[in-house]
Design a binder for this molecule. Structure first.
Ligand SMILES: Cc1cc2nc3c(=O)[nH]c(=O)nc-3n(C[C@H](O)[C@H](O)[C@H](O)COP(=O)(O)OP(=O)(O)OC[C@H]3O[C@@H](n4cnc5c(N)ncnc54)[C@H](O)[C@@H]3O)c2cc1C
Length: 188
């Protein structure tokens, strides 16, 4: 039996809610989008970096990140902090995190496939609706401070390639050509 489109309530008008509501509308649903703020996208969707990128799709479930997380717990200005006090929610979250480590490769490939599809869908919606938002398609430069970090990123690139995403190392000259305001950066 094919379900007939009905009425759907979408709660939260961030990028997830707005795009979900849009897609449901296109499929014939009667949609009401609820938002507790006065305007749409006033929370996380307002304060992000504005990157429409599939290249950060590497999942975080790895032993390298576990050891980084423990070091960050002892670092005052760590970019992400996990409070040391245990709670049921925290312990069950951490257990799930650790149990997903063996699926790191498979999950990274599936995530990059999803990220590429999501990027296409988002850009498709913008094109269909004629939304101009100063889109740049020059790619995103990732910088690494050590040779080891650079080599680790190259291994991740191989994994991302299996999901259909190309990430390439670039030379100093290529960096300047992509972004002329950057001078004297590259790898030695
Ligand atoms: C510092 C930072 C930088 C980032 N940079 C990037 C980036 O460069 N590229 C990228 O792709 N992602 C980036 N992200 C992630 C990205 O911003 C989020 O994944 C995305 O905005 C989440 O969107 P959302 O719609 O799920 O959540 P939100 O944008 O937070 O929307 C949720 C909405 O739900 C509403 N809401 C919640 N509860 C209720 C309720 N009970 N009733 C009514 N309304 C409710 C809230 O008011 C809010 O408007 C970044 C995130 C951060 C924090």
């Amino acid at each position: 039996m094919i379900a007939r489109p009905g009425t759907v309530a979408v709660i939260g008008a961030g990028v997830t809610g707005v795009t979900t509501a849009y897609q449901l509308l296109k499929r014939g649903f009667d949609v009401t989008l609820f938002e507790r703020n006065r305007h749409a996208a006033m929370e996380t969707s307002l304060g992000n970096g504005g990157q429409i990128s599939a290249s950060n799709a590497e999942v975080w479930n790895s032993w390298a990140n576990v050891s980084k997380g423990i070091r960050w717990m002892l670092t005052k200005d760590a970019p992400l902090l996990v409070g040391p006090y245990p709670s049921f929610h925290k312990i069950s979250w951490m257990t799930s995190f650790l149990r997903a480590i063996p699926s790191y490769e498979k999950n990274t490939i599936r995530t990059v496939e999803l990220a590429l599809a999501a990027r296409d869908a988002l850009l498709g919606m913008a094109a269909d609706e004629g939304i101009d938002f100063n889109l740049e398609k020059r790619g995103i430069l990732h910088f690494y401070e050590t040779k080891a970090e650079f080599e680790a990123a190259a291994r991740v690139s191989e994994l991302l390639a299996k999901g259909g995403l190309t990430r390439l190392p670039v030379t100093t000259e290529e960096i300047s050509a992509i972004e002329p305001t950057l001078k004297g950066v590259g790898y030695a």
